[in-house]
Design a protein around this ligand. Structure first.
Ligand code: DX5
Length: 236
């Protein structure tokens, strides 16, 4: 029986989220053994080869990950028609599903459908997509994912032009008073991680930097314990 986890709400703390896109599936359990208890949830990047030029995982992988680990699972749908996959990923054990604003479906309907299964809902934006497009969906979302690379592959270089968007996203979310995670994903390591934290991100998806690290726990702890000198504003 696939169990669902209560997905954490933003609480002012920083969440660090391993992305399995860069993991070695021949030894996934042992790869996580060192840092599973320090991670907040797991992200599974789903790609259809149309919305992004790569193909990755289906619901079966989520089912296996839910059996192997006790952490909540966040499914990032990089697919043209996310509406077609919400039920199957729910049945596989997804606890949160993020859809792209650029996908070819009714976004509000998608977010409502995700929540109708008692999962948390999120919107993801590619680096070039304007952030104002999320405003009408804010009441229906629990997470905003600002991609800091062009979606499709792990191990890419961080796109520093997204920092201003993260800052805007923080201001938009704070103004609503709603509990919405501001998540970033792509090229996140110790250096880029602190740069996005200064702009107001509170959830960091980390793939390559974690799975290639000799000391993943040290990286997770560094990012989770990062403290700003003054307020975020003074860091800018
Ligand atoms: C891109 C993926 C990656 C992945 C993280 O579509 O979404 O960003 O999760 O990969 P790294 O941390 O290796 O850039």
């Amino acid at each position: 029986m696939i169990k669902h986890n209560r997905f954490p709400e933003p609480d002012g703390k920083i969440s660090v989220v391993p992305s399995v896109l860069s993991a070695d599936f021949s030894c996934l359990k042992s790869q996580f053994a060192g840092f599973e208890k320090h991670a907040d949830w797991i992200q599974v990047d789903v790609m259809d080869g149309h919305f992004v030029p790569n193909i990755s995982f289906g619901p079966h992988i989520v089912k296996c990950i839910k059996k192997a680990f006790s952490l909540p699972v966040d499914v990032h749908l990089m697919v043209e028609r996310p509406d077609r996959f919400i039920k199957s990923f729910f049945q596989a054990g997804a606890d949160l599903i993020t859809v792209h604003l650029e996908s070819k479906c009714g976004i509000k309907e998608c977010l409502k459908k995700i929540r109708s299964f008692n999962m948390k809902s999120g919107i993801a934006l590619k680096p070039k997509t304007e952030i104002n497009g999320i405003r009408e969906f804010l009441p229906f979302m629990d997470l905003l994912l600002v991609m800091t690379v062009e979606p499709g592959f792990g191990g890419q270089e961080f796109v520093s032009g997204t920092l201003a968007k993260i800052d805007r996203g923080r201001k938009i979310i704070d103004k609503t008073g709603l509990k919405i995670w501001l998540q970033v994903d792509g090229g996140i390591n110790a250096e880029t991680g602190t740069a996005v934290l200064k702009k107001g991100a509170d959830s960091l998806v980390v793939g390559n930097a974690l799975f290639s690290s000799k000391n993943p726990v040290k990286l997770i702890k560094y990012l989770k314990n990062y403290r700003f000198g003054g307020s975020r504003a003074s860091e800018q």
